[in-house]
Write a protein that binds this ligand. Structure first.
Ligand SMILES: [Zn+2]
Length: 318
C-alpha cells in the first residue's frame, strides 16, 4: 500500500447501488473514490487539528489491481465531511495503471462490493444494516464463492428484504445491536473521550453497564439524546459507509470476517452511544469534531499500548 492524493482524470461516476465494472487483473487497476474524498479535495482549506497536525487527511491504499481512496477520520475536517453528509453516499469509479504491488484478492473486493450493495438497500436503518451484514457474512462464509452471488441476489428481492426486516424486529427487546458489540462495553475505543468533559460521567456510567443493563436503559437514552432520530441514523449510516469503504470490509477470509464484523459493531455502537449522551442543541459539526478528537485520543492511547492493541487499531484490515 502507499498513500498519496493523485487525481483521477478518467472518473466514471456511479452510485453505490449502480452497476460495477467487472473486476479484471492485468494492466489496469480499478479505482474507487468515495464521495467524502471528493468533497475533501474540493474543500482544501487547511485544518490544524491534533488528528492531522496540518497534514492532508487524504489517504490512498494501492494494490496491483485496485486503488482505494479514503481519509483519516481522526482529522476534524475529514470527520465532518464523512459524518455530516445529508445526501446519499456514493463512490466514483475509474481506472489507473497497475503497479508492481501485491494484488488485492478478487474475492475480498467482491465481498466488499456486495456489502456496499446491502448498504445501499438498508442504509436508512444502520442497526438493521448491521444485522443484515452480520447474517450475510455468516451465511456467505459457509458457501463457496459461486453460491454467494445467488444468496445476495435473493436477499435483494423485495419479499426477502421484508423477511430480513421481520427477523430483525422479532429479536428480543433491546438495542438491536449484536452481542458482539454489547458484551464489551468496557473496551469501547471512545473511552478516551474528552477528558474533563461534562458528559464524561454519563459516558462512564454507560461503560460500566452490562449487556442487560444497557438493553434496559436503551429507550431512555434514546429519548434523552440531543439529536433527532433521523439525524442520528444518517450520521451512523455515513459512518458505516466510511467503515465499509475504508477497511474494505469484511476482509480477506471467512475466518477474518467475524472478527472484523465484531469490530465494526463495537465502533458503530461507540458512535451511537456518543450520540445518545449528547445534550440538546448539540450540532452535527460538534459531533464530528468530538468523534475526531476521541479517535485521535484513542490512537494516542493505542500506540502507547500492546502490539495486539496497535494491530487492532490499524486499518484497513489487510
Ligand atoms: Zn484536521
Amino acid at each position: 500500500m502507499k498513500n498519496n492524493s493523485a487525481d483521477d482524470d478518467k472518473r466514471n461516476e456511479s452510485p453505490v447501488n449502480g452497476s460495477f465494472t467487472a473486476i479484471t487483473e492485468g494492466v489496469t487497476a480499478t479505482v474507487w473514490t468515495p464521495d467524502y474524498v471528493t468533497r475533501l479535495r474540493q474543500n482544501i482549506h487547511r485544518c490544524s487539528c491534533p488528528g492531522c497536525d496540518s497534514a492532508s487527511p487524504l489517504l490512498q491504499f494501492r494494490w496491483k489491481n485496485h486503488v482505494r481512496h479514503s481519509a483519516d477520520i481522526s482529522c476534524r475536517r475529514a470527520a465532518a465531511e464523512i459524518l455530516c453528509l445529508t445526501a446519499s453516499c456514493t463512490i466514483a469509479f475509474s481506472e489507473d495503471a497497475a503497479e508492481h504491488l501485491p494484488a488485492l484478492p478478487a474475492e475480498s473486493l467482491w465481498m466488499n462490493q456486495r456489502c456496499l450493495r446491502l448498504f445501499a438497500v438498508f442504509q436508512d436503518n444502520p442497526v438493521l444494516l448491521l444485522y443484515v451484514l452480520g447474517r450475510f457474512i455468516r451465511e456467505a462464509g459457509r458457501l463457496v464463492p459461486s453460491q454467494r452471488e445467488a444468496l445476495l441476489e435473493t436477499w435483494l428481492q423485495p419479499d426477502a428484504r421484508q423477511r430480513l426486516i421481520d427477523d430483525f424486529i422479532r429479536q428480543p427487546q433491546g438495542t438491536g445491536y449484536p452481542s458482539a458489540a454489547l458484551s464489551s462495553l468496557h473496551k469501547l475505543p471512545l473511552s478516551a473521550l474528552a477528558a474533563g468533559d461534562a458528559r464524561l460521567p454519563k459516558w462512564e456510567e454507560i461503560r460500566r453497564m452490562n449487556e442487560a443493563e444497557l438493553r434496559q436503559s436503551w429507550t431512555k437514552l434514546q429519548k434523552a439524546s440531543g439529536l433527532r432520530r433521523e439525524e442520528q441514523r444518517k450520521i451512523l449510516g455515513n459512518y458505516l459507509f466510511y467503515e465499509l469503504c475504508h477497511t474494505i470490509f469484511p476482509g480477506s477470509s471467512p475466518a477474518e470476517w467475524e472478527n472484523n464484523f465484531a469490530r465494526l459493531c463495537q465502533r458503530l455502537l461507540s458512535l451511537n452511544l456518543l450520540l445518545l449522551v449528547l445534550p440538546p442543541d448539540y450540532g452535527k459539526e460538534s459531533v464530528s469534531a468530538l468523534l475526531a478528537a476521541s479517535l485521535y485520543a484513542a490512537r494516542v492511547k493505542t500506540f502507547a499500548g500492546s502490539p495486539e492493541e496497535k494491530k487492532a487499531f490499524l486499518s484497513p484490515v489487510f
